[in-house]
Design a protein around this ligand. Sequence first.
Ligand code: ADP
Length: 447
Amino acid sequence: MKFHDNFKFSRQSVELLYSVLILVIIPVMFAVNTLMFISAAKSDFDAELRRKADLASQVFGKSIVNQLDDQAQLQQTLEAVLAEREEIENLSVLVPGEDGFDVVATNNLDAIDLVNKEIQYTVAEERNQSVATLINSSAVSSGRVWNIVSPVTDSSSEFVAITSIDVSLDEADAMTSSTFTRSFIVLAVTIVIVVLLLWNHFRFVERARLVSRLKEADQLKSDFLSVATHELKAPTSVIKGYTSNIMDGMFGEVNDKMKENLQEVLNQADRLNGLVKDLLNVSRIEQGRISVEAKPINPDEVIPKIVERYKKSAADKGLEIVYSVPASPLFIFADSGRYEEIMTNLIDNAVKYSLKGTVTISHSEEGDMVKSSVRDTGIGMSAKERDRLFSRFYRVRNDKTKSIGGTGLGLWIIKQYTEKMGGKIYVDSLEGVGTEFTVELPKAKSS
Ligand code: ADP
């Protein structure tokens, strides 16, 4: 038992672990995927901007070849390009001089005519191709900048100048950061959802455990009910047997007072018997042990017997039981024993909960169903009470019902029987006016 419990627990724990792992892996994979995507997108943007900057620098280089002698014209062209292309932060034109490269045109006016000895200028000149450097510059721009140094050659491919262009990567960085922000929000939402899912999962597992414990407790209760009711059956029969024997004078003469008391003992034993019977039926229904053998039955052969049984107790209360016999015989497809129990219970209740008037039993047909109704002119009930009527152990509790004995099981039991036979049961009632119970069961094709 202990080993089994432990096994069950560890199996549940492994299942739980799997779920937790799966739920944790989802945001982790999402985060990794997003980071990889962002970094790939960033490199693509950088390369694309560099390509564009390269092109701009070459086009600019070509446009100034013939202006190198006219510094003013050169500066004008440079400023026109700068005004047109927002992404260009700095633009300079340098020509080879004695000590390095002399700045002949630039947007940084302080640098004009300065000599520049930067190494990439020399490299660009020697290789006759552009040199690109990625700068994290705070001086020129707020962010990253491509600095492209390109050689300028004249029509006879002679090296004549150098252009230096700084292209800002702000646009690329803004796109990356907005993608990053959006992905971060989605990731945060995913994490929140996963946490909620985990929390819900834990609650679900806790509830599943609780349900299985409740089921065990319910089974224990059912077992106890079944054993206890069986044990109660024998003593009540013995009490009834001996009491009847004494009343019948088997052990000597019995005077009226003694008879009266013994009758009360019999009445209470009957009550106990009723309770035991109901409880046994409940436990049979719970264990799925009720059998129904449906066959065509004629209510005319069942109802009069029940009416006969209740006639006297009804008359003692001043009640009349009226059975309106159907004009033409009708047949119900049901278990005759169960049908008798259902109708007995309804007639018993009608008599029990009525102080005056009539209890009427009638039948009618509707489609494929036959309706058996028991109507009384008794205490009735409110709409709220009506809704709970077919629940186990439910009894209407008020001044009118407090002196009437009962278990609150009868209606629940007959509802189970009715449903098991493919029918339904319902009630219509008005407080202080009366109640009508109707049982609908399938009509038999033929007798
Ligand atoms: P019991 O009669 O043993 O209490 P039932 O399940 O047969 O149990 O009925 C449940 C409750 O429904 C009763 O306690 C009673 O309050 C109410 N009831 C049943 N039949 C009638 C009726 N014909 N008129 C008024 N109340 C009724």
